[in-house]
Ligand binder design. Structure first.
Ligand code: SF4
Ligand code: SF4
Length: 194
């Protein structure tokens, strides 16, 4: 595969989009999904967000580039990116941005849209199992989560670590439940309202 040119006659092609060329359509989608204060159009592509990102080594698209793709309207590329699922919402990018752009909010919003558009992968499957288990008893029982996500094989792989954690009191060998399930369910219902 021929590598894409990043530079053409000395002009970097991977840089800021002119204001009048910004694609509003997908920015509006993100804004409507909770990115109203994300200031996407203000990004000057300085890369400070990427420089401080705590998980950038594993991401296929840096936070800086994700904002650039969004400005360009390259929605399909964004939806396929593993960055959506590897972002830990640590907000380092957002707290450091000199232009007040909020890449963490953008990623959260795009993630919600991706789920709605039917994107499925290991991360969405993990999230679904996690949510179902929280709904079930209010407190996740890690061995159950591991079993449903990775099966017996994953449990056996992690058994030694699980025993060590249990011996140090960091992992209960038995499932726990919230004390007042009624209040918990009311809180869940409220959180689902939008
Ligand atoms: S730090 Fe802010 S302005 Fe700089 S690239 Fe990231 S989002 Fe854009
Ligand atoms: S919130 Fe996400 S994108 Fe921003 S620094 Fe943290 S891991 Fe990186």
């Amino acid at each position: 595969m021929v590598a894409k040119k990043k530079c053409f006659f000395g002009i970097k092609t991977d840089r800021q989009v002119d204001g009048d060329k910004i694609s509003q359509k997908f920015m509006d989608k993100v804004i409507a999904e909770g990115g109203e204060n994300a200031a996407i159009a203000s990004c000057m592509q300085c890369g400070t967000c990427s420089g401080g990102c705590t998980n950038i080594d594993r991401m296929d698209i840096s936070p800086r580039k994700l904002i650039l793709l969004l400005q360009r309207g390259e929605w399909e590329t964004i939806l396929k990116s593993n960055t959506l699922w590897l972002c830990t919402s640590c907000y380092t990018c957002t707290s450091r941005c000199p232009r007040g752009v909020r890449p963490a909010d953008v990623i959260e919003a795009v993630k919600a849209l991706a789920i709605r558009e039917g994107i499925q992968n290991d991360s969405t499957r993990f999230n679904q199992i996690f949510v179902e288990l929280v709904k079930k008893r209010g407190i996740v029982f890690e061995p159950e989560l591991m079993h449903q996500y990775g099966g017996i094989e994953a449990m056996l792989e992690q058994a030694e670590l699980g025993v060590k954690l249990a011996l140090r009191g960091k992992l209960s060998p038995f499932p726990a439940k919230v004390k007042d399930s009624k209040i918990f369910n009311q809180a869940l219902e409220k959180a689902s309202e939008k």
